[in-house]
Design a protein around this ligand. Structure first.
Ligand code: ZN
Length: 90
């Protein structure tokens, strides 16, 4: 999620200059909410990318687990299909 914005060109509404997003910063808004943002290197204006709380972070972990599981299933299917092909076309 964090890397998807890197390198994207942004036009700053405040100073009118254009820049590429180099890195995303994070800070804690309170005990549970974290903000991810980037800064205009020219005027230092901060642009919020997103906020996340404990539930969002928990969901992100779940999504990562599911993606891992999905990748395993896809790989398994590829193997089965390959062996079926060898079996029936040999
Ligand atoms: Zn600016």
């Amino acid at each position: 999620m964090k890397n998807t914005l890197k390198g994207i060109e942004v036009h700053c509404d405040d100073c009118g200059k254009t820049f590429r997003i180099e890195k995303l910063e994070t800070d804690w808004v309170n005990d549970s909410v974290r903000r991810t943002y980037f800064e205009c290197p020219h005027c230092k204006k901060k642009y919020t990318s997103f906020y996340e709380d404990a539930k969002v972070r928990e969901n992100i972990k779940d999504i990562q687990k599911l993606q891992k599981k999905m990748n395993g299933i896809v790989a398994q299917n590829r193997e089965i299909m390959e062996s079926l092909k060898q079996k029936y076309e040999a």
